[in-house]
Each structure stands twice: as structure tokens, then as C-alpha cells.
Write a protein of this length. Structure first.
Length: 99
């Protein structure tokens, strides 16, 4: 689920039926593996929702083109939106996410 890239149908737009491909960087994958299992499971569920039309607590990062964050409790998933691809490049605690 969240530990490896998924290859799912792509789509564009922001409607609820849009489906995005999800890719994780090696760094993000390692950061996920370091987290407790329950938190990983929660993040996996949030990533599934994100793939289905960018659902969740998503916010565009100021002054950064195509960069966003998904809030999951005290953790932030930092990602780029590249067409129909969500590229997660970091999974960090909120204190470290924006440094």
C-alpha cells in the first residue's frame, strides 16, 4: 500500500472521480518504514484518499510551484503534483517538515 509505488489509473482535474498515480521517493519510503505500524496504516489510508481526487487536508505550500503537503496528525507528507502523478518526496514530523 504506502510502502511501495502503486500503479493505478490516472486522471486529471479535481473532481471526485479523478485517480492519480502515486510514487514515493526512496527517502520517503525509508521515513515511512521508521514510523510505528499504526501510523503507517493511517498514512496509507490517507494516501489512498489523496489518490482519489486529492481528498484530505491538503495545502499548497506558499511560493513553491506544484508543491503541497498532506497533514496526517503531527506528520506532514510533502509531495509534488506533476500532472496525474503524486510524487511524495518526504514524510516528516511537523517540527522538521518545513526547515
Amino acid at each position: 500500500m504506502a510502502d511501495r509505488p502503486s500503479e493505478s489509473g490516472g486522471g486529471r482535474g479535481t473532481d471526485a472521480s479523478a485517480r492519480y498515480n502515486l510514487l514515493l521517493s526512496d527517502e520517503a519510503r525509508e521515513q515511512l518504514r521508521a514510523l510505528p505500524k499504526t501510523l503507517r496504516r493511517n498514512i496509507g489510508q490517507r494516501l489512498d484518499a489523496l489518490q482519489s481526487g486529492l481528498a484530505g487536508d491538503v495545502k499548497k505550500l506558499t511560493a513553491r510551484e506544484h508543491k503541497y503537503r498532506l497533514r496526517v496528525g503531527s506528520y506532514r507528507l510533502l509531495f509534488r503534483l506533476e500532472g496525474a502523478v503524486i510524487f511524495v518526496y518526504a514524510v516528516k514530523h511537523r517540527r522538521e517538515a518545513y526547515e
